[in-house]
Design a protein around this ligand. Structure first.
Ligand code: NOJ
Length: 572
């Protein structure tokens, strides 16, 4: 264990809920200790959520005004996209001061008030932790590039020569040209896995390690419940050479998690690591001693393939392949996020099928691997298909993460560059600029025409309409929260007698669920072995019990239909 202070080590040893010992505890109830296991997480960017002062950009005070909306929706945690001072060249993922609040979004006081108001409503807050790199405007980088003898020189990754693979390994191919860029002042090359204005920090340097712990400690002290750790595989590439098969330092993740928990026992880290199933264990740690949560990118891409083609097999295989995780660990499932849908893990043939269905125009595609659209437009605004996708999200084994605006079925703006297409302002009302701002012009255009225009699609309209997607989502979140088996239990994919139907059974602590989804747009019949169960209770429609016939539960599902059942016992 490197660079961990003695006090941190001692604190870790003393904290009883630490996951290091969890795998030895047989009692399943232990899983309930971990808040993130069953949380519904809502991701938003402060700048596009709600403007309180009429300057055209969202801010923390605006977000405070909308906390009751989020509470009513039923979410447990907010994941805040980067809000620290930043030139904003990568929408905040280019941080220029890790210890501040971007003045465009409010003051540090506003942030503290926001934290207070969120916590008062029982909403936890996790934040993006973007420490793989800084902005090139960060004072550390400015000093680093100043001279070869600067104290900060070694905080970044420099090379005297241009490495031979300088034009390989780009995260944003087509936009980014290289990962090593010459810096005129000292005539050396600096490494940047992402854009050239995002120089990578050098985690081989113990001072950088220590500084990252300070950042974590600082924000935990401000009330943050955990972090969405950006670009994990690139942070732990030590040393950073940009090679194809880099050495990854997984102990780094254990150290980071232990440090975080030494400051706040239940602090959680949710990692952004789009990796193959066989690599997951390294990130979670064999006994759950790594980061607690990871986004299931692998399942996500195969789910989009299933939604596009109706072919479920690769998705069910992905769910099986990502099944074995330590007791204290958890998957975060999502449909859309703030980036493109990354389809890089699909075969070329599969990817092309998803492109054909969901992103046929090249303007919809990005970085040779993804689609920069929101869900509703991809699904042709087909309400049944959208519900299928979200019902599935709420019922997948893990914690669901919703992107702001998805609860309304918001659209995208392909005129905006790269991934900004899916980051347009939240649509609150049919007033000017969607009620997002009272300014004449929002800093980023609001979607203002067609089916997705704010005139038709907004929170106010959908709040009043019981059948709206918003109210449907609120009901589904409520349902999900009445089904703790999903986040805590063990699951089995069942044969439903139809290739179009996904049937999943959860068992936890003597309670069981059966959830079925029909990926075909045509009605389908399913039959699922009842095992020892004697009755199915439908959790969505009027009370209807169902008894097995010849050892099977017989089900009918409409096109894109879905049903949630509890087996044997109904929980009052
Ligand atoms: C991953 C984030 O999801 C993306 O939005 C960002 O551009 C890069 N990391 C760089 O921080």
């Amino acid at each position: 264990m490197k660079n961990l202070s003695l006090s941190a080590v001692l604190a870790c040893l003393l904290i009883p809920t630490l996951a290091l010992s969890q795998s030895k505890v047989a009692d399943v109830k232990v899983r309930e200790n971990f808040w993130y296991k069953n949380s519904v997480i809502y991701n938003l960017e402060v700048g596009v959520f709600k403007d309180s002062d009429g300057d055209g950009r969202g801010d923390f005070n605006g977000l405070i005004q909308k906390l009751d909306y989020l509470k009513k929706l039923g979410i447990d945690a907010i994941w805040l996209a980067p809000f620290q001072p930043s030139p904003g060249e990568d929408d905040g993922y280019d941080v220029a001061d890790f210890y501040g609040v971007d003045e465009k979004l409010g003051t540090s006081g506003d942030f503290v008030e926001f934290m207070h108001q969120a916590n008062k409503r029982g909403i936890k807050v996790i934040m993006d932790l973007v420490i793989n790199h800084t902005s090139d405007q960060h004072p550390w980088f400015k000093k680093s590039r100043e001279s070869k003898t600067s104290k900060y020189r070694d905080w970044y990754v420099w090379s005297k020569e241009r490495p031979k693979d300088a034009d390989k390994g780009m995260v944003f191919p087509g936009v980014q040209k290289e990962v090593w860029t010459i810096d005129k002042k000292t005539n050396e090359y600096y490494y940047h896995r992402f854009y050239d204005f995002q120089p990578d920090l050098n985690f081989s340097n113990p001072e950088v390690m220590q500084e990252s712990q300070r950042i974590i400690g600082y924000w935990l002290n401000q009330g943050i419940a955990g972090f969405r750790l950006d670009a994990v595989p690139f942070i732990i590439e030590v040393p950073k050479t940009g090679s194809k098969k880099p050495k990854l330092d997984f102990d780094f993740l254990t150290d980071m998690r232990q440090f975080a928990q030494s400051r706040k026992a239940d602090a959680a880290i949710l990692g952004e690591a789009n990796v193959m199933p066989e690599e997951n264990q390294n990130y979670f740690g064999k006994n759950g001693e790594g980061i607690q949560m990871m986004f299931n990118f692998y399942a996500n891409q195969h789910l989009f393939y299933a939604l596009a083609t109706g072919d479920l097999k690769p998705f069910t295989t992905a769910i099986e392949q990502t099944k074995k995780i330590p007791e204290a660990s958890q998957w975060a499932h999502f449909l859309r996020n703030h980036d493109e849908i990354d389809l890089g893990r699909l075969t070329e043939k599969q990817r092309n099928e998803v492109y054909r269905k969901f992103g046929p125009d090249t303007t919809m595609q990005l970085y040779d691997r993804g689609i920069r659209r929101r869900l509703a437009p991809m699904l042709g605004n087909n309400r049944k298909h959208i519900e299928l996708a979200y019902s599935l999200l709420y019922s997948l084994p893990g914690a669901p993460v919703i992107r702001y605006g998805e609860e309304l079925g918001m659209g995208d703006d392909l005129n905006l560059k790269e991934r900004i297409s899916v980051r347009t302002p939240m649509q609150w009302t049919d007033e000017k600029n969607a009620g997002f701002t009272t300014a004449d012009t929002a800093f980023r255009p609001v979607i203002n025409k067609g089916d997705y225009g704010f005139q038709r699609l907004n929170v106010a309209v959908q709040t009043r309409d019981q059948s709206s997607l918003l109210n449907w989502n609120a009901r589904m979140i409520k349902l999900r929260k009445s089904c703790p088996e999903i986040g805590l239990g063990d699951y089995t994919l069942l044969n439903a007698g139809s290739p179009d139907i996904l049937a999943i059974r959860y068992d936890y602590n003597g309670q069981s669920l059966l959830i079925v989804h029909n990926f075909s747009d045509k009605p389908r019949k399913a039959s699922v072995a009842s095992g020892k169960s004697k009755v199915l209770y439908d959790l969505m429609t009027d009370p209807q019990d169902q008894k097995p016939e010849a050892g099977k539960f017989k089900l009918s599902l409409e096109g894109y239909g879905y049903k949630w059942f509890r087996l044997d016992h109904i929980i009052p």
